[in-house]
Design a protein around this ligand. Structure first.
Ligand SMILES: [Cu+2]
Length: 184
């Protein structure tokens, strides 16, 4: 009997400790969630303010060449965004705009065929993430085009394939023709 009581005591103390611990943990989680929530609210308020101030513009210049893309500025305001696309290279390039976190996140061609392995598999991109294309821009050419972009992260790229004399294919995206753009 004595042993039973002490067992119950131990059990009682243990479960109380557990309950207290659980309560502390739960409160901690609530506090953490609260801080994270107010912080993200705070940041989005500041972003809205900066965007509304005109400090972030609605135009950007994209420079294409072999084999890179630069986007300046890389941060624009949501809405109608004008792209001034300049090809300073020696061959034709294109500009495709897709909503994606990074170039790595884009679907790729994995089997050799019409397109080279590693090229962006544009058919596998959801239509809602395809923002449009500036089309082909000839060497030393210049194209201006406006796209309607909601806030988000975008990848701009050139996915042109060139067939070499030996029959091999050079894909411009694989060679490094991609860059990111943030829209707020
Ligand atoms: Cu290209």
């Amino acid at each position: 009997m004595k042993l039973q009581r002490s067992d119950r005591d131990v059990f009682g103390a243990g479960s109380m400790l557990f309950a207290t611990l659980a309560l502390v943990l739960a409160m901690g989680a609530l506090v953490t969630a609260g801080i994270a929530y107010s912080r993200s609210n705070d940041v989005s308020r500041r972003v809205d303010k900066v965007a509304a101030s005109g400090a972030i513009g609605s135009a950007t210049t994209v420079t294409l060449q072999e084999f890179s893309i630069s986007v300046a500025p890389g941060l624009v305001r949501a809405g109608r965004v004008t792209f001034d696309v300049r090809n300073v290279g020696g061959m034709t390039h294109e500009l495709v705009i897709v909503r994606a976190a990074s170039a790595e996140a884009l679907p790729k061609v994995t089997t050799a065929g019409e397109r080279s392995v590693g090229a962006v598999d544009e058919e596998a991109i959801p239509e809602s993430d395809k923002m449009g294309e500036a089309g082909e821009v000839k060497a030393q050419g210049h194209v201006t085009k406006t796209f309607k972009l909601p806030p988000g992260e975008y990848v701009v790229f050139c996915n042109i394939d060139n067939i070499n004399q030996d029959g091999s294919v050079t894909n411009h995206f694989v060679k490094g023709m991609h860059a990111t753009l943030t829209v707020v």
